[in-house]
Design a protein around this ligand. Structure first.
Ligand SMILES: [Zn+2]
Length: 325
């Protein structure tokens, strides 16, 4: 493993296994499910033991093409596990659940076939491989029977079962933001949601890493007219993260709701974590850059992105490690 180039899924999976094998006393892999194409969704649980400790969830790679996200999540693992002596309290007082690649099929497809692939790789209901189901309603006659390549897959960040399809998702399987024929149609989002629900009372902080645009996003994404009652709490904590991140080398992040900063979209994981799992602090972090390279961020920026993002995450973790909630 290195942070000088982007790795394929099997390398990242090997790194998770390596950590679990080498640091048995604090690391454990938990297989939470399987992708459409059969890849394993492997969470690394990092814990020094003990009962009822607050936990932090971090996932990466929900969108295939956002390669800096899994790279940054593995950098966080490097710091958390291999350099644990620098910050023992972050393990003594907290548990961590970390899923570096939550859409491995899309990630691999973006490496092999289409660098800008965003979605999962599920075959749409109604295509040749499955029987058409007119009762589902969305399968338009305009779509040819043999499905075009872009009509495969679902946008996994429009697929979560909270305000699903209210805004910003498409009902057309050929669109990049296709929300799925039903909420949690995708095995990847389903597996994550099931795992998070099982641990929802323990998880105090939910972080989903995406790219790009350098924004620290706070729910709600589904509406720009209503904010959560405790929005101010969420804002203040996120501000600590953004400030700690900026202190490393001056990288500026915008802070606010995605509805305010970008556009409203529903069915995203952070809204679900907040609205359904009731995790008070749920954020989406849009990593660098602001559009110069966009999704094609040069590998030479992995380390610096990892360093500053780790400082941001560490500032939030510190808050919970000190016993606040
Ligand atoms: Zn994304």
């Amino acid at each position: 493993m290195s942070w000088r180039r982007y790795h394929r899924f099997k390398d990242i999976e090997s790194y998770i296994d390596y950590l679990a094998h080498t640091y048995k006393e604090i690391c454990e892999t938990v297989i939470i499910g399987t992708s459409t194409e059969g890849r394993t969704l492997k969470v690394l649980k990092v814990s020094s033991g003990g009962q009822n400790k607050p936990a932090i969830w971090i996932d990466g790679g929900l969108h295939g093409r956002e390669w800096i996200s899994p790279a940054t999540v593995t950098y966080i693992l490097l710091q958390l596990v291999e350099f644990r002596d620098k910050h023992p309290h972050l393990l003594e007082n907290l548990d961590w659940y970390i899923l570096p690649v939550s859409n491995p099929d899309g990630y691999e497809y973006s490496h092999v076939h289409d660098r800008l692939w965003r979605k999962t790789r599920s075959i749409p209901v109604g295509s040749k491989k499955r029987r058409p189901n007119p009762a589902l309603g969305y399968w338009s006659d305009a779509i040819p029977y043999s499905v075009r390549s872009q009509c495969v897959g679902v946008d996994p960040n429009r697929n979560w079962d909270f305000q699903w399809m209210k805004v910003g998702g498409s009902s057309n399987p050929c669109d990049d933001n296709f929300a799925g024929h039903k909420p949690f149609s995708e095995p990847e989002t389903r597996a994550m949601a099931d795992f998070i629900m099982q641990h929802k009372d323990q998880i105090h902080l939910f972080l989903s890493l995406h790219s790009y645009s350098q924004m620290w996003l706070i729910p709600w994404g589904w509406t720009d007219t209503v904010k959560p009652d405790d929005y101010y709490d969420m804002y203040v904590l996120a501000e600590k993260g953004v400030n700690a991140l900026k202190a490393v080398r001056g990288t500026d992040y915008l802070l606010g709701t995605s509805a305010e900063l970008i556009y409203a979209s529903s069915g995203a994981s952070d809204d679900w974590a907040k609205g359904v799992a009731q995790i008070k602090y749920a954020y989406t972090i849009e990593l660098p850059d602001t559009g110069n390279h966009g999704f094609i961020l040069p590998a030479s920026q992995i380390e610096s992105t990892g360093q500053e993002t780790w400082e941001g995450v560490r500032a939030l973790a510190q808050h919970f490690a000190e016993g606040y909630n």
